[in-house]
Design a protein around this ligand. Structure first.
Ligand SMILES: Nc1ncnc2c1ncn2[C@@H]1O[C@H](COP(=O)(O)OP(=O)(O)OP(=O)(O)O)[C@@H](O)[C@H]1O
Ligand SMILES: [Mg+2]
Length: 419
């Protein structure tokens, strides 16, 4: 447990020694940590330096900046701090002012140490409650945003897939028939030419004009290519539908590999070569297929977030690398996925060889709204949503390892025996 930091602001040096002595048990048990300051101005600096401070205990009459001004400054900022004011017994006016401006409680001097302990405990408890409620509220907000994001994206994708499905169905069906018909017509034409090798000027001229030899050879090839194209569109449409599986109500048994593949298909345009870098190589290593009980649509959202981050990181790293360097050590995303029965999990690891991140950044990436990307590019929600989906919705784990200059790996584990 990290100790709760309490800032004590008082110009009486005596108090520091007394408090340290009276609260030594709590300090030694690492329940609390005291930080001291002699006036309001210095207190503001300390607050800046220690963003973890949750409780401030301040005197009112002090040099440089008094306690009331300190409180005003404190409540102007968007920090959630519980303040307790200390003033002389009978200084009701100041105490009232402090309470009006938002102080949580007050103590009177000379300090009654039993009262002090009770007040500090009560204040810490209230700060803790506040933090928990805030956290709960943020989680709920995140859930709403995520549902909204998923629902909108899912509906859109499913809608497009559905719209594509029918027309591509009859294009593909007709191409199949057309291939046979064209084959028959060409055979028939051959037969004709054998039987009537000299059909007369008009027909020979026209055959020249349309280059009939070439057409007879090329037409089947053209149809084969069209067939290939139609097949690809059908695959995309299947992927879109697999990706947008909106199984929000219940977990269903699903094939995780299909989820990853459909997400990769959707991200294909971002993996391709562009004028800044060659194509990103995706190296996949899949284990045996076991159905996993999960919200597949939500997991796809996680794959999407982590893969998009990897592509962003590779794009950024590529700006500093020459084409030759990139040919030498290509941009890659390695995906390994497999069930690990002995550990009771299905494991998915997604690893890029971009620039990695330093420890200070890594410590923050799962925080809501944390982003290092420019405005309009990142909202800082991707990983906090992903963490919520994996940990809260699936009871799994999401971990990150990163080495500066080498790359980053995200490891997802989903329990195999999910309810
Ligand atoms: N593979 C990675 N390599 C390097 N940095 C990464 C990687 N993945 C995430 N990060 C860092 O973590 C931060 C937070 O990621 P997150 O996905 O939560 O938000 P975002 O990508 O910035 O915005 P959003 O996903 O909401 O569009 C990123 O801004 C980036 O600094
Ligand atoms: Mg992201």
């Amino acid at each position: 447990m990290t100790p709760a930091k309490i800032l004590i602001v008082d110009d009486e040096i005596e108090l520091e020694r007394l408090l340290k002595q009276r609260l030594r048990k709590k300090i030694r048990a690492k329940e609390i940590e005291l930080i001291f300051s002699q006036n309001g101005k210095d207190a503001l600096e300390k607050l800046e330096k220690y963003p973890e401070i949750e409780v401030v205990l301040t005197d009112i009459n002090m040099p440089e900046m008094d306690g009331l001004t300190l409180l005003e400054e404190l409540f102007k900022s968007d920090r959630h701090i519980k303040a307790v004011v200390v003033s002389a017994y009978g200084d009701m006016q100041n105490i009232r002012s402090a309470m009006h401006s938002g102080a949580f409680d007050f103590l009177t001097k000379p300090i009654d140490f039993e009262d002090l302990t009770i007040t500090i405990n009560r204040t810490l408890e209230s700060a803790k409650q506040f933090k928990e409620n805030l956290h709960r509220l943020q989680e709920a907000q995140l859930q709403l945003i995520q549902n909204e994001k998923m629902a909108t994206l899912g509906q859109l994708v499913a809608g497009v897939a559905h719209e594509i499905n029918n027309p591509i169905g009859f294009i593909s069906g007709n191409i199949d028939m057309a291939k046979n018909s064209v084959k028959d017509v060409i055979e028939h034409l051959r037969l004709y030419r054998e039987k009537y090798p000299e059909p007369g000027d008009d027909i020979e001229k026209d055959a020249d004009r349309i280059d009939v030899e070439y057409l007879m050879e090329d037409l089947p090839k053209m149809l084969a290519e069209m067939h290939g194209g139609a097949e690809r569109i059908i695959n995309i449409s299947h992927s879109l539908r697999a990706f947008s599986r909106s199984d929000t109500a219940n977990k269903v048994l699903a094939n995780i590999y299909e989820g990853i593949d459909s997400t990769l298909m959707i991200l294909q345009h971002r993996l391709k070569a562009n004028n800044k870098r060659p194509a990103i190589q995706v190296i996949k290593e899949y284990g045996e297929t076991v159905p996993v009980k999960c919200y597949m649509g939500q997991l796809n959202q996680v794959f999407m977030n982590i893969l998009s981050n990897a592509i962003d990181a590779l794009d950024e790293a590529s700006q500093e690398r020459s084409y030759a360097e990139m040919k030498d050590r290509p941009n890659t995303i390695a995906i390994t996925a497999r069930p690990r029965e002995e550990a009771g999990i299905f494991e998915i690891k997604i690893k890029d060889n971009a620039s990695g991140m330093p420890e200070e950044i890594k410590a923050l990436i799962f925080d809501q709204l944390f982003t290092t990307k420019p405005v309009g590019k990142g909202t800082g929600l991707g990983l906090s949503i992903s963490r919520q989906i994996i940990v809260e919705s699936h009871g799994g784990t999401l971990d990150c390892q990163s080495v500066v200059g080498e790359g980053t790996e995200f490891a997802i584990a989903i329990p195999l025996d999910a309810k």
